[in-house]
Design a protein around this ligand. Structure first.
Ligand SMILES: *Cc1c(COP(=O)(O)O)cnc(C)c1O
Length: 406
């Protein structure tokens, strides 16, 4: 049994693989709390609230745990809102930040009492005409800051579909004025994997400028994009430095604003990436003329980040942790090219060995599919040192569940 230390031990992970089978996602609850506390500590000198961006990982047990440690919830679909409520979140602690949904979905969220964040002029106008000042809202702005790990996950650039351009402020003002909308929050989220603290500072400065158009603000939401390390030496967002610099800038500005202002964040990856482990089994070792492949019992149907974003996940052979290191290319069993990692140094792999992918908590299970009619993996939560099954592995019945045989 591991201590509740930061990283789950490899022999403990092997035991979980033996008990629950593979492929399996494993989440370490206390690691989520550690990350949450890091954020709280960094921002303790200012009035801050955090909302977990649950699209990273939505298992109901994870949501309940996040609620239990006092964090709010950021959602992007009405279903995520419903899951959050089911997990016990107070609607006042849920932000709804969808993109390109219809007015009906926004109204459904409003009827559930959550905080609404509107990201286009059309819906802003329709919402204003329908509800006027009876339901305060937040507005998502696009500050046009180019940031983020790569183009796919960057959302603030000029071609981005997210947010209302700050250059459309006059139009926003016209809508707000003529429909009497009450705007209590301004929001931006410029992308994922922003390691540069100054990007947030530039963002917040733009938000400060925008506040002059809105006299009723209660919050400024800087979204997220905190980068975590995927391997040793990987740059990550310096949360302490970010806390120090943003606190200074925010407190300085807030003193000039006529109402008390809160600073909000919506961390996804930062809270749950490192809590997650994805364990697979080596099915075959295949020597070709150019490579030694390890073919595992998984593929991009279970973990798509390496293929979709060229993301790096550290892989280890947990069945033979002291074996001689050799060079392997780790691939999946999907009939598509699904390479998890080229030229990885792994302790000698035999068929049947368990391999683990680290940092698999965020956008891992959540982006999985049934491609090739393969079954989605099981999920296990480790809390107080004890593993518990929190999602059973798919069965063939799950594949057929919604199909209608004619
Ligand atoms: C995805 C998303 C986040 C979280 O991004 P991470 O990089 O996982 O921290 C926050 N806010 C919004 C609106 C999002 O869509």
């Amino acid at each position: 049994m591991p201590k509740q230390s930061d990283v789950l031990a490899t022999d403990f992970l092997v035991k979980i693989a033996e008990e629950f089978g593979t492929p399996v996602y494993v989440y370490h609850a206390e690691k989520i709390k550690t990350q949450y506390e890091k954020l709280q500590n960094a921002f303790q000198k200012t009035n801050t609230r955090f909302f977990y961006a649950c699209k990273a990982l939505t298992n109901i047990n994870i949501l309940k745990y996040i609620n239990s440690i006092g964090c709010g919830l950021d959602t992007v679909s009405i279903q995520e809102v419903q899951l959050g409520l089911k997990a016990g979140f107070d609607p006042k602690n849920i932000i709804f930040t969808p993109n390109c949904v219809d007015l009906q979905e926004i109204i459904a969220a409003k009827d559930l009492g959550v905080i609404i964040n509107i990201d286009n002029l059309s819906i802003l106008e329709q919402f204003g005409h329908t509800f006027g000042d009876s339901y305060p809202i937040c507005i998502r702005l696009n500050p046009h800051i180019m940031a983020g790990g790569n183009f796919k996950i960057s959302t603030g650039h000029i071609d981005s579909k997210f947010g209302i351009s700050i250059h459309q402020m006059r139009h926003i003002e016209r809508i707000v004025k003529s429909t009497k909308l009450k705007v209590t929050g301004l929001h931006m989220h410029t992308g994922s994997e922003i390691k540069d603290v100054d990007v947030f500072l530039r963002g917040v400065e733009i938000m400060f400028e925008m506040t002059q158009h809105f006299p009723d603000l209660e919050s400024i939401d800087l979204g997220s994009g905190f980068k975590v390390a995927y391997q040793q030496g990987d740059p990550e967002t310096d949360i302490e430095l970010l806390g120090k610099k943003l606190t200074a800038a925010f407190n300085h500005f807030a003193a000039t604003y006529p109402r008390p202002l809160q600073l909000w964040f919506e961390p996804g990856k930062f809270l749950v990436s490192q809590c997650g482990y994805f364990i697979v089994k080596a099915n075959v070792i295949k020597q070709t003329t150019a490579n030694v492949f390890v073919g595992v019992n998984s593929g991009f149907n279970h973990l798509i980040r390496p293929m979709f974003y060229d993301a790096f996940h550290l892989i280890r052979n947990i069945s033979n942790p002291k074996g001689t290191e050799r060079i392997y290319t780790v691939v999946g069993n999907i009939c598509e090219t699904d390479t998890f990692g080229w030229d990885r140094k792994l302790n000698e792999v035999k068929e049947g060995d368990y391999l683990v992918f680290y940092n698999a908590g965020a956008y891992g299970f959540e982006m999985s599919s049934n491609f090739n009619s393969r079954l989605k993996p099981a999920e296990v939560l480790v809390k107080d040192g004890k593993p518990a099954l929190i999602r059973r592995r798919d069965t063939l019945e799950d594949l057929l569940k919604n199909q209608i045989e004619l």
